[in-house]
Design a protein. Sequence first.
Length: 282
Amino acid sequence: MKIGKYELHAVETGSFGLDGGAMFGIIPKPLWSKFNPADEQNRVSLNARNLLLKSDSRKILIDTGIGSDWDDKFRQIYRLDQSQNTLFSSLEKLGVEPSEVTDVLLTHLHFDHTGGSTFLKDGNWVPTFPNAKYYVQKKHFEWAVNPTERDRGSFIQNRFMPLHKEGLLHFVDGDLRFDDEIEFITINGHTFSQQMIKIDDSSNTVLYCGDLFPFTTHVPVPYVMGYDLQPLITVQEKKKILPLAVEQNWKFFFEHDPEVLMATVAESQRGFSIDKVFTETI
């Protein structure tokens, strides 16, 4: 798929499991488990899927997946499976070396979105993409370095602080255009100052949803994660984004859905739902 000057490519970095109740908040298990079955520990499957934008002059990666170099305890708790794909192997398949990545756009700094931003080399955490500028919302970074007890476990500082130390982390302040095709849209329900990435031209629009819509099953407005710091704000944000997506035929890019890469959205008397589904690699 091409939008403006960019070719779009999905980048799979592995899969993991999170508690189904936490993923669906107040929605009863008999409803969500029809589409997202849980294992014996009540974990549902999530992909760690990123997006690469390639032009003649830039290679831009949106989020960096769950990353590598996790200990056995972490791998067991989160049922981490990278037997099929890692960030490095997926980029290699696309013919991209880490040194060639020019920009990394981070939706937010939770470990499953920025885990691949650094890796362990000779006992030290170093940037995975040494020649790239990494972009994140300034207000979100300030929250990430001083989180609450409720969300502290989502921020693993060795996955992003080395970027700051090396001067690679660049701060964004609110909604803005990154270039002609790329726009940052800030939201605050899941965490403070998460940024969704909108890629558009005169013909197509893709919205990299981050954690506003982790799965296709989160498209209906009431389906809000228990992880969200401000769930009522999430509801308001969904009510703002979804009508635009229907009216302008946006394609949602799903970072965590285990099967669906992208989908369009429809509206009926029963609310918002998935319309056309895209399951193949872009």
